[in-house]
Design a protein around this ligand. Structure first.
Ligand code: NAD
Ligand code: MG
Length: 390
């Protein structure tokens, strides 16, 4: 019986994780759950999974939740402290890190420092603080299992091989809904257009990141830290079918890949039960029914976010944290229809260019850079709005 804490239990990854738990009640016990805004769903999950402790963002929501669940329910905590307590203070064997954005960093780091194994969906944690996080993993001896499908594919393709034989990693990318659009077409993209991902159903932020290809940029940085491979040995191939989830190229030319239908339950389950595989009730991949698998080079002119991410990790230090924070603000502003789709990379580029890079070997400069980038991105967004309404 594996005892789990799920951070971000009401999100896309959180809900899929709980579906696996429901299918395998004898394998898992839910000890802690945390949610952002969707208290109604958290309440349902509390009734169903009977956690010992839950966390919500603030005191007001904690009070509301306590009143609704009444006596005999779980302890209700709030804020970053509450998240950290769920991740590191509760008696669990594994923490599923599935909050979106920088809010996932501190609880994930706390889980690692407390020696908990982590199933990591929150890629932003490694983007912002990869050096710090991997050093904490090495110190605490915990294990970090990738949930992101590309990284799970690489993890599986590395199994049984020697790290010294790896020539490069190849991450695949669907290319998102605008794969074949011209720069001109991209001018008038709406949030609705961008939220219609062809292959995956995911949270709003990652869906926009997929449309700009920042998601792949964040994943290059994530792969660099997870697998300790230089960023220049990590390539990205556009693969519209999302069947080959990623590949490892070895020095003798062998290419080892993991294939499957695009469903996050496969990588989530593998992270939960490694090295065991659970029987999942998913349609099998029938290669004979696929007419073809395509691969292409990304279009850097239409999708500059990918290049911005490569540049940021090459600069290192606090720059990736700044890239991430500026992206979070720009994506939110786009979703609120304050800026255009093509403003997203412009804003990130401007904020990163203004940043004075510092070392990122402790949390303090990282959090300071994150806060600076949020404030700076906000001013750049205001400037852009001023221009468009002038
Ligand atoms: P989502 O938006 O569906 O869910 C996010 C969860 O985090 C929700 O439970 C939400 O309530 C909670 N949350 C949001 N902001 C919070 C805050 N400030 N404090 C506390 N909780 C907060 O997102 P998702 O699609 O499930 O993605 C979660 C993470 O997994 C992201 O980092 C994403 O990049 C990564 N990921 C997702 C997928 C996918 O298929 N959805 C695939 C690979 C990686
Ligand atoms: Mg992915």
């Amino acid at each position: 019986m594996k005892r789990l804490a799920i951070l971000g239990s009401t999100g896309s990854i959180g809900v899929s994780t709980l579906e696996i738990v429901t299918e395998y009640p004898n394998h898992f016990r839910i000890v802690a759950l945390t949610a952002g805004r969707n208290l109604a769903l958290l309440e349902e999950q509390i009734v169903r999974f009977r956690p010992e402790v839950v966390a919500v963002p603030d005191q007001e929501n904690a009070q509301r939740l306590k009143e609704r669940i009444g006596a005999g329910g779980p302890r209700v905590l709030c804020g970053t402290e509450g998240l950290i307590e769920c991740a590191a203070g509760s008696p669990v064997d594994m923490v599923v890190s599935a909050i979106v954005g920088a809010a996932g960093l501190e609880p994930t780091l706390a889980a690692i420092e407390a020696g908990r194994d982590v199933a990591l969906a929150n890629k932003e944690t490694l983007v912002i603080a990869g050096e710090l996080v991997m050093a904490a993993v090495a110190r605490s001896g915990c294990r970090l299992f990738p949930v992101d499908s590309e990284h799970s594919a690489i993890f599986q393709s590395l199994e049984g091989h020697r790290k010294s034989d790896v020539r490069r990693l190849i991450l695949t990318a669907s290319g998102g809904p605008f794969r074949n659009w011209s720069l001109d077409d991209l001018q008038d993209v709406t949030p609705q257009d961008a939220l219609a991902h062809p292959n995956w159903t995911m949270g709003r932020k990652i869906t926009i990141d997929s449309a700009t290809m920042m998601n792949k940029g964040l994943e290059v940085i994530e792969a660099h830290w997870l697998f300790d491979v230089p960023v220049d040995d990590i390539a990205v191939h556009i693969h519209p079918e999302s069947i080959v989830h990623s590949m490892v190229e070895y020095v003798d030319g062998a290419l080892i890949a993991q294939l499957g239908i695009p469903d996050m339950k496969t990588p989530i389950a593998y992270a939960l039960t490694y090295p065991e595989r659970l029987t999942l009730n998913l349609p099998a991949l029938d290669l004979c029914r696929l007419s073809q698998l395509n691969f292409a080079v990304p279009n850097s002119q239409c999708f500059p976010c990918l290049g911005l991410a490569y540049d940021a990790i090459r600069r290192g230090g606090t720059t990736p944290a700044v890239l991430n924070a500026a992206n979070e603000l720009a994506v939110e502003a786009f979703l609120q229809e304050k800026i255009a789709f093509l403003d997203i990379p412009r804003i990130i580029g401007k904020v990163v260019a203004m940043h004075i890079n510092t070392e990122a070997s402790s949390l303090e400069p990282i959090l300071a850079a994150d806060m600076w980038a949020r404030q700076t991105a906000q001013s750049v967004i205001h400037e852009i709005q001023g221009v468009s309404y002038a």
